[in-house]
Structure formats: C-alpha cells, structure tokens
Write a protein that binds this ligand. Structure first.
Ligand SMILES: [Zn+2]
Length: 110
C-alpha cells in the first residue's frame, strides 16, 4: 500500500489538530495553575517574617520603608533598598552588596 485513502489522511489530520489543541490547553492550564500557586504563596507569606512567620511592620528610615519583625528582631529590605542605604560610601555594607550583586533571582512580581 503506497497511498492512504483520502479519508485516512483527513482523519489523521484532524487527530493531529485535536492533539495540538489539547496540548495547548494543557500548557495554558499548567501556566494558570503555576500563576495561581504563586499568587497563593504570595498571599500566604506577604509581610510575614521569613525567619519566624510573625507579621512584619513597616518602619520609615532615611526615606525608606523597611520591614521589621518585632517578634525576632529581623529587619528586611526590598530590592534596591540596601543599595540606597549604602549610598556611595565605601565599606563593609558595599562589600555585602557586591557579594549579592550578580546573584540570580527567581522572577517574581512585586
Ligand atoms: Zn521574625
């Protein structure tokens, strides 16, 4: 058998189309689930201390809104705030900044 009947070819075409459509739906559903999970994680952890889980309070310091845990005493900075605090001074703080400057960061919405 060298050639398929037209109906076989047509059936194969529609089966491939359906498979591609279902695959695209599965990918979209996966992305939706991942986004939903990220939002759920953010809602669960937003403004909670990463060390002890206590609620963080915002303290104004030198024009920055710094997140502080009054339970364990931890102080948390948002991206860029450490650099702002360090300013252009050289010293230990800039050494710490340099240490993390090129560290990869998971993408996230703020
Ligand atoms: Zn804490």
């Amino acid at each position: 058998m060298s050639a398929k009947k037209p109906s076989d070819t047509e059936e194969e075409y529609f089966a491939k189309e359906e498979t591609a459509r279902l695959h695209a739906l599965a990918v979209a559903k996966q992305r939706e689930t991942e986004q939903h999970d990220l939002e759920a994680q953010k809602k669960l952890h937003w403004m909670h201390c990463p060390k002890c889980g206590f609620t963080l309070d915002t303290v104004q310091f030198k024009g920055l809104a710094i997140d502080r845990c009054f339970h364990c005493g931890g102080t948390w900075l948002d991206p860029g705030e450490l650099e702002q605090l360090a300013g252009k001074e050289h010293g230990i703080l800039n050494s710490v900044i340099g240490l993390f400057k090129h560290a990869p960061r998971a993408s996230r919405d703020k």
